[in-house]
Design a protein around this ligand. Structure first.
Ligand code: SF4
Ligand code: SF4
Length: 720
């Protein structure tokens, strides 16, 4: 026993340059130097590109969440989200690659540093690559390498046989006759193929070495390499033949591995390095409260306008297609795909910087169009079509699902700011902005008409500018001016009044909160609206704010704090759920079978998903969830200013897609909690001829129907 342990501790090892003479070694070192130099040059060019971007201000975000983000990067959790098999395969590839890289570094340190220094200093060659260390090294690399290989095979099978649609790389709304992405597909296969070939030759090499050494006992610690040796032996190969084949295989393996090192910074393979950094630097809140324009430019016009994080975003994209798949604009037949935006910008930036890419780029017969590469091409309008930029609903689903932390929405808005600057926007949008600038609302109506919906209520809602109130109701344009939404506003006012809630309004003083104005790219107008509202809010006396409009909620909760606001802001469903939970609003069970549509700006942007469900439960409704619900919800198509734009060119409106989804659930009611949704879906049930099967109900109207009048009046005292 002691003898065996000694053997493990001192003697067991394997030769490094087995069968390679001095000339072979020289050639190896020359090739290794050349591939390292190619890698360094490519990496330096990339670094230079990112350094040409503006500072991103992401330092604090990266420091604050470093530990949890490192865990997420190491565990590949963002890739596994929504696709477990791909996540596991990705995890094995990531760690297989890390282990292979570390194994190479260890061999280099032992062979080129420890052995050479010990020979020079001590006069004999020393090495740590033997005994227990060698056994652990061998076992780890053999088993991890095999897992890596299996994962690669799965990825190849998925790409080549399962062929998920989102990996098809089709451009949104473009015919394949005008562009070709076959080079991107070739780049993907080259990446997978190179890794596969490196691993296969590594096992062949191990098998030949083990057979050449007559199957030594410690080869049991290379179970898969030993298996290959057994196969060679069973096929009739002798140890002598294995020794002579070993040298040839060694060269094949070495050339493949060194080629991969040289190829890495010029190819898709670089995402293995960049994605981790991008995930560490990502900041989801940059979509909730948008960044300011680049200094000196109203919107992005040149590479220097992008931050380094935005430039890194472009290279981090793996073309996985998750964003492409969920995009409501693409689903509706618009020419927008968030993946196309990222890939087009990447190609344009690379072309502008003289970047070198092996495959992985789109080709076009014409040098004009969205991929116009001529120097000085306008980014917004030429590199990325205006139509594509205006099609975005800013629903944030792309940001939510991207496994590598790419932030599409802030970039799209920066490009929209450029379009607004040059007046490249459609008439209806211009008209809405005009109304907002002159009257403070997108309906272009006199601000004196803002509170007309309060007439005929039978009671006067306090004016929060004149008397202190507990809750300030920031009503929003739609809930004030739209006829259908106004009915819900009246119902909510009655419910709150009868429940004894102390609330007030800003009346005609209120202006649009500016959420969608900012997302349209009209930064100056947003600032004007916000400044007006903030002044008014500072003069009113209240404790907390609530609103029925999720877009307004986002502006007040997430955008205004950057301008100095410090208010607690709630969505009305949070307030109503609180009243129902506490019994301050007694209701009878309605017994309806309903589905509920999560608004993007409520569920995805602000995480309010439980309150509406608690309300429906309290109302005794049977809730049948939409297939896409909560943060995975599908946009109605109204966000980001789309409600002010013409959607007649769409193949099918997102709201119509959503209604059809709901029809499959066999529910009688489609419940909404956003004034814009009430309009969007009420129209969609008509245009899809579903109005006899599906009733669109505002959650407020359901509460009004269920409330047991009269309630016991009282003052709501508990906080949310
Ligand atoms: S925000 Fe929504 S509409 Fe805009 S690109 Fe992303 S997924 Fe598409
Ligand atoms: S942007 Fe993100 S989600 Fe979209 S294709 Fe690229 S990696 Fe995938």
């Amino acid at each position: 026993m002691t003898g065996t342990l000694d053997l493990v501790a001192t003697q067991v090892s394997r030769p490094i340059f087995e069968g390679i003479g001095p000339v072979g070694k020289l050639i190896f070192y020359l090739l290794a130097t050349a591939s390292t130099a190619a890698f360094a040059w490519g990496a330096w060019r990339r670094l230079r590109k990112y350094r040409s971007g503006r500072p991103s201000g992401r330092g604090p975000v990266m420091r604050a969440a470093l530990a949890s983000r490192l865990g997420s990067v190491a565990g590949g959790t963002t890739v596994a989200r929504g696709n477990r098999a791909t996540g596991v395969a990705h995890f094995l590839i990531l760690w297989g690659f890390v282990v292979a890289f570390m194994a190479t570094v260890i061999l280099t340190v032992d062979t080129d540093i420890v052995r050479n220094i010990s020979r020079l200093v001590e006069g004999h060659e020393d090495s740590f690559f033997h005994g227990t260390f060698f056994i652990v090294y061998t076992f780890t690399i053999d088993t991890m390498g095999f897992a890596f290989l299996v994962a690669l095979c799965y990825m190849g099978f998925r790409r080549g046989v399962l062929k998920p649609k989102r990996l098809g790389y089709d451009r949104a709304g473009a015919s394949t006759t005008v562009y070709s992405r076959s080079s991107m597909i070739a780049g993907d296969w080259l990446f997978l193929g190179l890794l596969f070939a490196i691993l296969v030759t590594a096992y062949l090499l191990t098998g030949l070495r083990i057979l050449g050494q007559h199957m030594p006992w410690f080869s049991a610690f290379s179970p898969f390499g030993r298996g290959v040796a057994e196969v060679f032996s069973a096929l009739g190969m002798t140890p002598a033949q294995a020794v002579s084949a070993h040298s040839a295989m060694w060269w094949v393996h070495v050339v493949l591995a060194l080629s991969f090192v040289a190829y890495l910074p010029y190819s898709k393979a670089m995402h293995m390095v960049l994605d981790g950094v991008n995930l560490l630097a990502t900041d989801r809140s940059a979509t909730l409260h948008l960044p300011a324009p680049a200094p000196g430019h109203p919107g992005y016009q040149e590479i220097g306008d992008f931050t380094w994080k935005e430039l890194l975003d472009l290279d981090a994209c793996t073309k996985c297609g998750r964003c492409h798949e969920v995009c409501p604009a693409r689903a509706a037949g618009a020419v927008l795909s968030p993946r196309d935006v990222i890939l087009d910008l990447r190609q344009w930036v690379d072309a502008s910087c003289g970047g070198v890419t092996i495959f992985d780029r789109e080709r076009r017969a014409e040098s004009t169009g969205p991929l116009a590469l001529k120097p000085g091409a306008r980014i917004a309008g030429e590199v990325i079509e205006s139509k594509a930029l205006w099609a975005c609903t800013t629903c944030m689903h792309c940001v939510e699902v991207c496994p590598v932390g790419i932030e599409h929405v802030p970039t799209i808005v920066q490009l929209r700011r450029s379009l607004v600057d040059i007046g490249d926007l459609e008439g209806s949008l211009q008209q809405a902005l005009q109304g907002l600038a002159t009257q403070g609302n997108s309906f272009g109506k006199s601000s004196r008409m803002r509170a007309r919906w309060t007439r005929d209520l039978g009671f006067q809602i306090p004016d929060a500018r004149k008397q202190p109130v507990r809750y300030l109701w920031f009503v929003g344009d739609f809930a004030s001016f739209d006829e259908r939404a106004g009915e819900s506003s009246r119902a909510l006012a009655r419910i709150l009044q009868d429940a004894g809630v102390d609330f007030g309004l800003l009346y005609e003083g209120e202006h649009n909160a500016g959420n969608d104005v900012r997302r349209v790219g009209e930064e100056g107008l947003f600032e004007m609206l916000a400044e007006h509202n903030l002044k008014l809010l500072s003069e009113a006396e209240f404790e907390e704010i609530f609103t029925t409009d999720p877009h307004t909620l986002n502006a007040l909760r997430n955008e205004y704090p950057a301008l100095g606001a410090r208010y607690r802001v709630w969505h009305h469903t949070e307030l109503l759920a609180r009243l129902l939970d506490s019994g301050e609003l007694p209701v009878r069970p309605l017994g309806y079978r309903v589905t509920y549509h999560d608004p993007c700006y409520l569920a995805r942007y602000n995480g309010v998903v439980d309150a509406p469900r608690r309300i429906l439960q309290a109302l005794g409704c049977e809730l049948v969830e939409m297939p896409r619900n909560r943060a995975d919800t599908f946009c109605c198509g109204a966000g980001g200013g789309r409600i002010w734009m013409d959607d007649s060119a769409l193949v099918e409106r997102p709201s119509e897609i959503r209604v059809k989804e709901a029809l499959g659930l066999e529910v009688g009611r489609f419940v909404v909690a956003c004034p814009k949704d009430l309009t969007m879906f009420s129209d969609a049930v008509k245009t899809t001829d579903a109005d006899d099967r599906l009733v669109v109900s505002d959650i407020i109207s359901l509460i009004e129907e269920a409330v047991l009048w009269p309630t016991e009046p009282g003052i709501v005292t508990a906080s949310l």
